[in-house]
Design a protein around this ligand. Sequence first.
Ligand code: MN
Length: 193
Amino acid sequence: MTFELPKLSYELDALEPYISKETMEYHYGKHHQTYVTNLNNLIIWTEFQNMSLEEIIKKSPAWPIFNNAAQVWNHTFYFTSLNKVENKVPNWVLLEMVNRDFWNFEEFKTKFNDMALKNFWSGWTWLVLNTTWNLEIINTSNAWSILTMPDKKALLTCDIWEHAYYIDYRNARAKYLENFWNVIDWVVIEGMV
Ligand code: MN
């Protein structure tokens, strides 16, 4: 199987001023594309060449096929959940779950951002649904993906590798996190609950 960079449902400048076109050109156009290209090159003539992306992530050894496959999946998940949006809060079903598990939406945002700030590694911060139907915020490092955790389902992720924000925010991860909430497409997230 040859993997391709997934098409976006929005233009590269759609997330401005929060995430610039230049960031998208590098992050999506170069970083994400490189993970796709590396993965295609690594799986040729291996047992992984006819597997789906999900199968590769679940079955491949930790390095380097896993890293590239998981980064393809993580980035696709991240970019798919972003868009130019009017509505900055989820619908009532998800909002009720947020209120139940985090007190209220503002408190949830604060907890999520705190978690992302504390993630020491290049990595990802996730909102997940667990088997008891509760929401949790968790960090993963490097390429590690929620897809490797069978008891958790990813709903939302924020890429906190420096390449995700360095062009727009330099070292100010907190500023990037603050603005991240302006470009989340809650309709996509709700569709996964
Ligand atoms: Mn990234």
